[in-house]
Design a protein around this ligand. Structure first.
Ligand code: NA7
Length: 554
């Protein structure tokens, strides 16, 4: 047990992409800072998700830091979409290059963080009883770090091995000769199924509740010519990312653009040509297609029909053909799934698709699973059942702000923040890639870099003026939360049960958690706040400088 009692200027919780960058930026700005990381290695998502087939769904040349042009030139990605091992090597390289490892405490899972009014510090305690004191706390705990424990009858009775995708055994797991069930056909399940189907064939049983929309990645080794061209024009790529709604822009190895007309204004031929272009490019670029796909049900239906036809082409003649066709949600309202060769798992390798949704009964028993009373014997059950997204990590900790108010109580109905950075009543605490920002919908490096630099600027502003306590204007927090809700309700996102809405967790009603106005609008609001001297933050209790009627508009 360690007792690092001196108040650090900043304790960062989490050493994934945003925690690593926060450590770099805050130390460079002269703050004493450490990062506390629950895992035995830094890397966050890219450490924990070591399951077979784990790979990023945004192109590697974009899914990387932009803050140091030298780093961009030094690092060369091998594949269009980097696999988990390569992404972890990249983060290792960053940690080593900027000498950050001495400032990361590994194996420290923060259990509690309590604000002390008398000293204006946070006291943090780990599950093992280590304690730390900090003037400021940055929660860089990740949007997808708290695994969801699915509610499945009999799950605890299973006699075989249960593997959770996000806690894959560090030394690997030998699937050879085993009967294996996979629960979950989101991005994670689809990657696992595709990776293990060639080895398992008909010994693989996919327990699907909802058929997904899967688009190809067209992953490939990057050519030297392409890498050279990107390295010669990285500034142009990065500028385009900053202006893009989701912070990533590649379409078919080039900086893409969106159609100038809306879906239903285009002719049928133009629409199909546009969708085909994105299908042949591969990846998430459907998000930057017609501007109304996430706003208009009729427009979205055009894409749904197109994607359903693409699925049908791939499974035509399969006895379960109809079960592969996604019908239960509108495409893009849950993250599109990017994978090459998913349907080959069934049509070539013979994996079994088992429908556990649509009113079918599904329970786990000691020998396997029973679906509609019929036993499927299994040795291993893989849970790719998702995460308690966005708020899962913060509310799993005992975080208590001024007056002992608990964060999980303050956020009981929905998380409320100012611009996704601060929470009223929780002074000197900052979120990065958490609730209230465009996290999950903006690529993680773009967003993390921007948010971390904003927090750094805020702390520098306060230090220069001798302020020690920073709290949030309740009126501004309400205004931001209202704006976030209004923007969300302009979109189709609320129609889907998804981790974006918190409604993938059994028993939880949908709640607005993310800002859907796009990264450029988010940036504008953040920079206005910073450049006007943070008019919605109270420094050392001085409330008279706060804006009286804060408002946010698109
Ligand atoms: P997701 O996208 O939340 O997918 C979870 C999957 O698990 C999904 O198919 C769920 O079915 C299924 N699920 C969850 N609970 C159950 C129960 N109780 N019974 C049967 N099936 C269940 O998580 P992922 O990890 O795949 O992806 C998360 C993000 O990581 C993704 O958006 C990318 O950004 C990367 P459902 O569809 O709810 O019927």
């Amino acid at each position: 047990m360690t007792n690092e009692q001196q108040p650090w200027d900043v304790v960062i919780v989490g050493a994934g992409i945003s925690g690593i960058y926060a450590l770099k930026q805050l130390r460079d700005a002269g703050f004493s800072a450490i990062a506390l990381e629950a895992g035995p290695h830094h890397g966050g998502t890219w450490y924990w998700n070591s399951y077979p087939g784990a790979r990023v769904d945004i192109e590697s040349i974009e899914f990387s830091f932009k803050f140091d042009p030298e780093l961009e030139q030094e690092w060369t990605w091998s594949n269009r979409y980097a696999g988990q091992p390569e992404l972890l090597r990249y983060l290792d390289y960053v940690v080593e290059r900027y000498d950050l490892a001495p400032h990361i405490r590994l194996g420290v899972r923060v259990a509690a963080s309590i604000f002390d009014e008398t000293t204006t510090t946070w006291g943090l305690r780990s599950e093992d009883g280590d304690t730390f004191t900090a003037r400021h706390v940055v929660l860089a705990t990740g949007a997808l770090s708290a695994p969801k424990r699915p509610v499945i009858d009999g799950l605890d009775t299973f006699a075989g091995d249960v593997l959770q995708s996000v806690r894959w055994p560090a030394g690997g797991y030998d699937l050879a000769g085993k009967q294996v069930g996979v629960v979950g056909t989101g991005s994670t399940g689809v990657q696992i199924i595709t990776a293990i189907a060639p080895e398992l064939g008909e010994n693989l049983h996919v327990l699907q509740r909802t058929a997904p929309y899967v688009v190809p990645a067209h992953n490939a080794a990057l050519t030297e010519e392409f890498v050279t061209s990107v390295k010669g024009s990285y500034d142009i790529w990065r500028e385009a990312e900053q202006a893009h709604c989701g912070g990533f822009v590649a379409v078919d190895y080039e900086i893409g653009s969106s159609p100038t007309v809306m879906t239903l204004e285009a002719t049928e031929a133009e629409r199909v040509a546009e969708f085909e272009k994105r299908w042949h490019s591969g990846g998430l670029c459907f998000y930057s297609s017609f501007g109304d796909l996430l706003l208009n049900t009729d427009a979205n239906r055009e894409l749904a029909n197109y994607l359903r036809d693409k699925v049908r082409e791939q499974v035509a003649g399969h006895p379960m053909e109809e079960k592969f066709i996604p019908r239960d949600y509108m495409p893009l309202t849950r993250r599109l799934i990017v994978e090459d060769g998913y349907y080959d798992a069934y049509t070539v390798h013979g994996a079994n698709l088992v429908d556990v949704g649509n009113g079918n009964t599904f329970e786990v028993v000691p020998d396997g699973v029973r679906v509609n009373g019929e036993l499927i014997e299994l040795d291993t059950l893989i849970l790719a059942t998702g995460f308690e997204g966005v708020i899962g990590a913060p509310i799993s900790m005992d975080i208590r702000g001024a007056g002992g108010v608990e964060l999980k109580d303050a956020w009981e109905d929905a998380p409320s923040t100012l611009l996704g950075y601060t929470v009223h009543g929780f002074p000197n605490m900052y979120l990065v890639n958490g609730a209230g920002c465009p996290g999950a919908l903006t690529q993680a490096f773009t967003l993390s870099e921007f948010q971390v630099e904003w927090v750094r600027d805020l702390l520098t502003f306060a230090r220069e003026r001798g302020y020690t306590r920073i709290d949030t204007s309740p009126a501004a927090q309400t205004a931001w939360t209202t704006h976030l809700d209004e923007v969300l309700n302009m979109t189709l996102f609320p129609t889907a049960a998804s981790w974006y809405m918190g409604s993938n967790v059994e028993g939880r009603k949908p709640m607005p958690m993310l800002y859907l106005g796009g990264f450029p609008a988010y940036k504008r609001h953040s920079l206005e706040q910073r450049d006007q001297g943070f008019p919605d933050l109270a420094f050392d209790g001085a409330t008279e400088r706060l804006r009286e009627q804060p408002a946010f508009t698109l």
